[in-house]
Design a protein around this ligand. Structure first.
Ligand code: UDP
Length: 376
């Protein structure tokens, strides 16, 4: 695309991921002219997916399952895609048995003899009530001896090694509510999530992003770094790139966790029973995803991906997760102070706000921002 076509616009959006794309759409619908740039050669950020040579839909940056309880978010996205209903199920191999994650009553029944299992379930119900969610670090604080034993077992078998691999830190060293994302269920419910809407865009995430960005007021320029953008005038920026990069790392880099993916296509119809199997022991990878489960695709072959967490290194790999530790959040707050002194720029999304957003929480944050900014 030729730069002269849009050398004066209302709003520049840096990053075509979920925060940038949703912002672009909302602004375009308010009549603003918007240019979205992205340094990658595709839209969608880490939600980007594509169809491989065997017809299987692949999430290039790891498994993405959309879920929300918000009618507003659901209605908004439903304008841009139809949906494949999908209840995400995750299993882990514990003591050579395949058990549901989050750890639930079925997991207890599989791993313990009937008497012990009955005792654990009754105690969980009496302490936390039925159909509840209990974070592992809360269960660990229980003063009941049996619940203590159960907590130590689950901590070791589900959380300790996985968290060490994923973050490079022990569970209790993480700040915030990271571990509450995967609680213990005091029920037989075996879905990974509990939100009302759990789905995958029927015709791919990338198609959904194309539709979000398909508006006469929106122009897109890929393969474009913000720092290399020249000869374009704009009134405001919505910046979903890394906030530390924007300030040339002048307070030091914000740490991120990265992932290395190992994709394999296998000459068999199915590799595993569910889309994601977590490896919660000492294997070097955290999980294997088999993509065809998401859209219930029936192919002769199957494609899987192994996820190997690693440290983020600038220029070597991608940023995936802000690392939830207090000192990092403090550093982010210092960047935020710098950001507040800047005029006409809003920092958004996982990288702009250094927040471990899921897709729906990223959208919720954009909706909030727009309510505050009204009119933009
Ligand atoms: N977690 C764990 N064992 C598991 C699943 C999750 O220890 O089997 C912990 C781990 O620290 C992980 C966090 O819970 O980073 C959140 O897990 P989630 O599946 O939500 O992570 P994501 O899909 O965002 O990578």
């Amino acid at each position: 695309m030729n730069n002269h076509e849009h050398d004066s616009i209302d709003i520049l959006i840096v990053g075509a991921g979920i925060s940038g794309a949703v912002s672009a759409r909302l602004l375009a619908e308010k009549g603003k002219s918007v240019l979205v740039i992205d340094k990658r050669n595709h839209i969608g950020g880490n939600c980007y997916d594509y169809t491989d040579e065997n017809g299987i839909n692949i999430h290039q940056y790891g498994p993405h399952i959309f879920r929300t309880d918000s009618e507003e978010i659901w209605q908004f996205l439903s304008r841009f895609t139809s949906w494949q209903k999908y209840t995400h199920k995750v299993r882990a191999a514990i003591n050579d048995k395949e058990v549901p994650i989050p750890f639930n009553f079925t997991s207890i029944d599989i791993l313990f003899d009937a008497q012990k299992a009955k005792n654990f379930k009754e105690k969980l119900i009496s302490k936390y009530s039925e159909n509840n969610k209990v974070p592992i670090l809360e269960l660990k604080k229980s003063d009941d001896k049996d619940l203590q034993k159960l907590a130590v077992f689950i901590y070791e078998k589900v959380f300790y090694h996985y968290t060490l691999k994923q973050w490079g830190f022990k569970p209790e060293e993480l700040s915030g509510d990271t571990l509450t994302r995967v609680p213990i269920y005091t029920s037989y419910y075996d879905g990974y999530f509990t939100e009302k809407y759990q789905t995958i865009p029927k015709h791919s995430y990338t198609k959904m992003f194309e539709n979000i960005l398909n508006h006469p007021n929106i122009k897109i320029q890929l393969n474009t770094e913000f720092k290399n953008l020249k000869n374009i005038k704009y009134k405001k920026i919505f910046y979903s790139g890394p906030i530390d990069e924007y300030f040339n790392y002048k307070l030091g880099p914000l740490p991120y966790r990265s992932l290395n993916f190992e994709f394999k296509t296998l000459p068999q119809k199915q590799f595993q029973n569910v889309a994601v199997v977590n490896y919660t022991g000492q294997e070097p990878y955290t999980r294997i995803t088999e993509f065809k489960h998401f859209l219930n695709q029936k192919n002769e072959k199957t494609t899987i991906v192994y996820e190997y967490p690693s440290a983020f290194e600038l220029g070597k790999n991608e940023r995936y997760y802000p690392i939830p530790k207090q000192e990092n959040e403090q550093l982010y707050k210092k960047y935020l102070q710098l950001a507040e002194k800047e005029k006409n720029i809003y920092f958004i999304g996982r990288l702009g706000e250094y927040k471990y957003y899921s897709m729906q929480s990223a959208i919720a944050a954009i909706f909030e921002l727009f309510k505050e900014l009204n009119p933009v």
